[in-house]
Design a protein around this ligand. Sequence first.
Ligand SMILES: [Zn+2]
Length: 267
Amino acid sequence: MPELPEVEVTRRRLEGELVGKRFAEVVLRVTKLRLPVPAELTTILPGLKVMAINRRGKYLLFDCEKGWLLVHLGMTGFLRLLNGAAPPGKHDHIDFVFDDGQLLRFHDPRKFGIVAWLTGDPLLHPLLAEIGPEPLSADFCSTYLFAAGRNRKVPVKQLIMNSSVVAGVGNIYANEALFRARIRPDRAAGTLTLQECIALAAAIREVLEGSIGEGSTCRVAEETVAYYPLIFDVYGRKGKPCRGCGEPLDEIRLGNRSTVFCRSCQK
Ligand SMILES: [Zn+2]
Protein backbone atom coordinates (compact mmCIF):
# COMPACT_ATOMS: atom_id res chain seq x y z
CA MET A 1 0.00 0.00 0.00
CA PRO A 2 1.44 3.40 -0.89
CA GLU A 3 2.31 5.18 2.32
CA LEU A 4 2.77 8.88 3.00
CA PRO A 5 6.42 9.13 1.81
CA GLU A 6 5.55 7.61 -1.57
CA VAL A 7 2.61 9.95 -1.95
CA GLU A 8 4.83 12.92 -1.07
CA VAL A 9 7.55 11.78 -3.50
CA THR A 10 4.87 11.41 -6.17
CA ARG A 11 3.55 14.89 -5.35
CA ARG A 12 6.99 16.48 -5.68
CA ARG A 13 7.68 14.73 -8.94
CA LEU A 14 4.33 15.66 -10.45
CA GLU A 15 4.58 19.22 -9.17
CA GLY A 16 7.85 19.67 -11.06
CA GLU A 17 6.38 18.23 -14.25
CA LEU A 18 2.79 19.40 -14.38
CA VAL A 19 2.29 22.75 -12.64
CA GLY A 20 1.54 25.38 -15.28
CA LYS A 21 0.31 22.86 -17.85
CA ARG A 22 -3.28 22.58 -19.04
CA PHE A 23 -5.37 19.45 -19.33
CA ALA A 24 -6.14 18.65 -22.98
CA GLU A 25 -8.16 15.46 -22.56
CA VAL A 26 -9.32 12.99 -19.94
CA VAL A 27 -9.95 9.36 -20.85
CA LEU A 28 -11.95 7.28 -18.37
CA ARG A 29 -11.95 3.49 -18.75
CA VAL A 30 -13.81 2.81 -15.49
CA THR A 31 -16.90 4.28 -13.91
CA LYS A 32 -16.04 3.30 -10.37
CA LEU A 33 -12.98 2.80 -8.19
CA ARG A 34 -13.59 2.86 -4.42
CA LEU A 35 -16.08 5.60 -5.22
CA PRO A 36 -17.73 6.43 -8.55
CA VAL A 37 -15.37 8.31 -10.88
CA PRO A 38 -17.18 11.47 -11.99
CA ALA A 39 -17.86 11.29 -15.74
CA GLU A 40 -17.87 15.10 -15.78
CA LEU A 41 -14.06 15.08 -15.48
CA THR A 42 -13.90 14.57 -19.25
CA THR A 43 -15.69 17.88 -19.84
CA ILE A 44 -14.60 19.95 -16.82
CA LEU A 45 -10.84 19.43 -16.90
CA PRO A 46 -9.87 20.13 -20.55
CA GLY A 47 -8.60 23.70 -20.75
CA LEU A 48 -7.96 24.05 -17.03
CA LYS A 49 -4.45 24.72 -15.76
CA VAL A 50 -2.72 22.89 -12.90
CA MET A 51 -1.95 25.72 -10.45
CA ALA A 52 -0.42 23.61 -7.67
CA ILE A 53 -0.31 20.06 -6.37
CA ASN A 54 -0.84 19.68 -2.64
CA ARG A 55 -1.08 16.75 -0.29
CA ARG A 56 -3.27 16.13 2.74
CA GLY A 57 -2.52 12.82 4.43
CA LYS A 58 -2.31 10.34 1.57
CA TYR A 59 -4.59 12.39 -0.69
CA LEU A 60 -3.16 14.34 -3.61
CA LEU A 61 -4.97 17.55 -4.45
CA PHE A 62 -4.46 19.12 -7.86
CA ASP A 63 -5.49 22.78 -7.79
CA CYS A 64 -7.23 23.16 -11.17
CA GLU A 65 -8.41 26.80 -11.13
CA LYS A 66 -12.12 26.00 -10.82
CA GLY A 67 -11.88 23.10 -8.39
CA TRP A 68 -9.68 20.33 -7.10
CA LEU A 69 -8.85 16.98 -8.60
CA LEU A 70 -8.47 14.59 -5.66
CA VAL A 71 -6.47 11.38 -6.10
CA HIS A 72 -5.93 8.63 -3.53
CA LEU A 73 -3.83 5.63 -4.50
CA GLY A 74 -5.74 3.17 -2.32
CA MET A 75 -4.04 -0.21 -1.89
CA THR A 76 -2.41 -0.75 -5.26
CA GLY A 77 -2.72 2.47 -7.23
CA PHE A 78 0.04 4.46 -8.83
CA LEU A 79 0.44 7.37 -11.17
CA ARG A 80 2.75 7.06 -14.12
CA LEU A 81 3.97 9.95 -16.26
CA LEU A 82 4.48 9.20 -19.94
CA ASN A 83 5.93 11.48 -22.57
CA GLY A 84 3.27 10.81 -25.17
CA ALA A 85 0.54 8.39 -26.10
CA ALA A 86 1.07 4.73 -25.30
CA PRO A 87 -1.52 1.96 -25.53
CA PRO A 88 -3.17 1.37 -22.15
CA GLY A 89 -2.43 -1.89 -20.36
CA LYS A 90 -4.66 -3.84 -18.05
CA HIS A 91 -5.69 -1.79 -15.00
CA ASP A 92 -4.74 1.53 -16.66
CA HIS A 93 -8.05 3.13 -15.72
CA ILE A 94 -7.64 6.84 -16.37
CA ASP A 95 -5.46 8.99 -18.64
CA PHE A 96 -4.99 12.70 -18.07
CA VAL A 97 -3.48 14.15 -21.24
CA PHE A 98 -1.78 17.57 -21.05
CA ASP A 99 -1.39 20.29 -23.62
CA ASP A 100 2.25 19.39 -24.29
CA GLY A 101 1.35 15.75 -24.99
CA GLN A 102 2.46 14.46 -21.59
CA LEU A 103 0.19 11.83 -20.13
CA LEU A 104 -0.55 11.06 -16.48
CA ARG A 105 -1.90 7.54 -16.18
CA PHE A 106 -3.75 6.14 -13.16
CA HIS A 107 -3.18 2.41 -12.73
CA ASP A 108 -4.89 0.43 -9.97
CA PRO A 109 -5.35 -3.37 -10.11
CA ARG A 110 -7.52 -3.60 -7.00
CA LYS A 111 -9.51 -0.43 -7.65
CA PHE A 112 -9.42 0.83 -4.06
CA GLY A 113 -8.13 4.21 -5.18
CA ILE A 114 -10.23 7.36 -5.41
CA VAL A 115 -10.43 9.99 -8.15
CA ALA A 116 -12.88 12.79 -7.40
CA TRP A 117 -13.67 16.40 -8.27
CA LEU A 118 -14.09 18.84 -5.38
CA THR A 119 -15.27 22.41 -5.38
CA GLY A 120 -15.12 24.89 -2.51
CA ASP A 121 -12.61 24.37 0.30
CA PRO A 122 -11.23 20.86 -0.28
CA LEU A 123 -10.13 20.51 3.33
CA LEU A 124 -13.77 20.63 4.43
CA HIS A 125 -14.69 17.69 2.20
CA PRO A 126 -15.82 14.65 4.28
CA LEU A 127 -12.84 12.61 3.04
CA LEU A 128 -10.40 15.20 4.37
CA ALA A 129 -12.13 17.03 7.21
CA GLU A 130 -11.40 14.47 9.92
CA ILE A 131 -7.70 13.97 9.16
CA GLY A 132 -5.36 14.89 12.02
CA PRO A 133 -2.26 17.09 11.78
CA GLU A 134 0.39 16.39 9.17
CA PRO A 135 3.25 14.47 10.82
CA LEU A 136 5.88 16.65 9.14
CA SER A 137 4.21 19.92 10.17
CA ALA A 138 4.77 21.93 13.34
CA ASP A 139 1.22 21.04 14.46
CA PHE A 140 2.39 17.52 15.18
CA CYS A 141 4.65 17.72 18.23
CA SER A 142 5.35 15.84 21.43
CA THR A 143 2.87 17.79 23.55
CA TYR A 144 0.14 17.18 20.99
CA LEU A 145 0.94 13.46 20.93
CA PHE A 146 1.07 13.32 24.73
CA ALA A 147 -2.34 15.01 24.99
CA ALA A 148 -3.82 12.72 22.31
CA GLY A 149 -2.79 9.65 24.31
CA ARG A 150 -4.06 10.78 27.71
CA ASN A 151 -6.34 8.25 29.43
CA ARG A 152 -6.31 6.04 26.34
CA LYS A 153 -5.92 2.28 26.69
CA VAL A 154 -5.46 1.77 22.94
CA PRO A 155 -2.00 0.40 22.03
CA VAL A 156 0.31 3.25 21.09
CA LYS A 157 0.87 1.74 17.65
CA GLN A 158 -2.83 1.96 16.89
CA LEU A 159 -2.96 5.50 18.26
CA ILE A 160 -0.32 6.72 15.81
CA MET A 161 -1.92 4.80 12.93
CA ASN A 162 -5.26 6.51 13.57
CA SER A 163 -5.48 9.14 10.84
CA SER A 164 -7.66 11.40 12.97
CA VAL A 165 -4.76 11.58 15.48
CA VAL A 166 -2.00 12.06 12.91
CA ALA A 167 -2.22 11.89 9.12
CA GLY A 168 -0.74 9.09 7.07
CA VAL A 169 1.41 7.04 9.47
CA GLY A 170 0.91 3.58 8.01
CA ASN A 171 1.90 0.20 9.40
CA ILE A 172 5.48 0.13 8.16
CA TYR A 173 6.37 3.54 9.53
CA ALA A 174 4.58 2.93 12.84
CA ASN A 175 6.68 -0.22 13.36
CA GLU A 176 9.88 1.58 12.48
CA ALA A 177 9.18 4.71 14.53
CA LEU A 178 8.36 2.73 17.67
CA PHE A 179 11.61 0.78 17.35
CA ARG A 180 13.58 4.00 17.02
CA ALA A 181 11.80 5.51 20.01
CA ARG A 182 12.37 2.25 21.98
CA ILE A 183 8.68 1.94 22.84
CA ARG A 184 6.76 -1.34 22.78
CA PRO A 185 3.96 -1.13 20.19
CA ASP A 186 1.40 -2.70 22.54
CA ARG A 187 1.89 -0.23 25.39
CA ALA A 188 -1.34 1.54 26.36
CA ALA A 189 -1.12 5.04 24.84
CA GLY A 190 -1.98 6.61 28.19
CA THR A 191 1.17 5.19 29.84
CA LEU A 192 3.57 7.14 27.63
CA THR A 193 5.57 9.85 29.37
CA LEU A 194 6.15 13.24 27.79
CA GLN A 195 9.78 12.22 27.32
CA GLU A 196 8.68 9.15 25.35
CA CYS A 197 6.33 11.29 23.28
CA ILE A 198 9.24 13.58 22.43
CA ALA A 199 11.19 10.54 21.21
CA LEU A 200 8.23 9.10 19.33
CA ALA A 201 7.20 12.31 17.56
CA ALA A 202 10.83 12.78 16.47
CA ALA A 203 11.08 9.15 15.32
CA ILE A 204 7.91 9.40 13.23
CA ARG A 205 9.29 12.50 11.53
CA GLU A 206 12.68 10.86 10.96
CA VAL A 207 11.40 7.67 9.36
CA LEU A 208 9.04 9.58 7.08
CA GLU A 209 11.59 12.22 6.10
CA GLY A 210 14.30 9.60 5.61
CA SER A 211 12.10 7.71 3.24
CA ILE A 212 11.02 10.81 1.33
CA GLY A 213 14.68 11.82 0.93
CA GLU A 214 15.78 8.47 -0.45
CA GLY A 215 12.71 8.20 -2.61
CA SER A 216 13.30 11.56 -4.24
CA THR A 217 16.74 10.60 -5.43
CA CYS A 218 15.83 7.15 -6.81
CA ARG A 219 12.50 8.14 -8.22
CA VAL A 220 13.67 10.08 -11.25
CA ALA A 221 14.98 6.98 -13.00
CA GLU A 222 11.74 5.08 -12.63
CA GLU A 223 8.42 5.20 -14.36
CA THR A 224 6.44 3.85 -11.47
CA VAL A 225 6.24 5.04 -7.90
CA ALA A 226 5.22 2.04 -5.82
CA TYR A 227 8.27 0.93 -3.89
CA TYR A 228 9.60 1.27 -0.37
CA PRO A 229 13.01 2.88 -0.27
CA LEU A 230 13.67 2.64 3.46
CA ILE A 231 15.98 0.01 4.88
CA PHE A 232 13.78 -1.46 7.58
CA ASP A 233 14.95 -2.08 11.13
CA VAL A 234 11.95 -4.17 12.16
CA TYR A 235 9.20 -4.28 9.52
CA GLY A 236 9.23 -7.67 7.77
CA ARG A 237 12.15 -8.86 9.96
CA LYS A 238 10.41 -11.23 12.39
CA GLY A 239 12.95 -13.67 13.87
CA LYS A 240 15.90 -11.74 12.43
CA PRO A 241 18.48 -10.22 14.81
CA CYS A 242 17.63 -6.82 16.28
CA ARG A 243 19.98 -4.19 14.88
CA GLY A 244 20.31 -2.80 18.42
CA CYS A 245 21.01 -5.88 20.58
CA GLY A 246 21.16 -8.90 18.28
CA GLU A 247 18.21 -10.71 19.90
CA PRO A 248 15.62 -12.16 17.47
CA LEU A 249 12.72 -9.80 16.76
CA ASP A 250 9.21 -10.77 17.85
CA GLU A 251 5.96 -10.43 15.94
CA ILE A 252 2.46 -9.87 17.32
CA ARG A 253 -0.80 -8.74 15.67
CA LEU A 254 -2.24 -5.36 16.61
CA GLY A 255 -5.42 -4.23 14.87
CA ASN A 256 -4.81 -7.26 12.65
CA ARG A 257 -1.57 -5.75 11.35
CA SER A 258 1.88 -7.28 11.54
CA THR A 259 3.78 -5.71 14.42
CA VAL A 260 7.47 -6.51 14.80
CA PHE A 261 9.53 -5.32 17.73
CA CYS A 262 12.42 -6.13 20.06
CA ARG A 263 11.43 -7.28 23.53
CA SER A 264 14.71 -6.15 25.03
CA CYS A 265 15.16 -2.76 23.32
CA GLN A 266 11.53 -1.60 23.36
CA LYS A 267 9.86 -0.99 26.73
ZN1 LIG B 1 16.98 -5.22 20.53
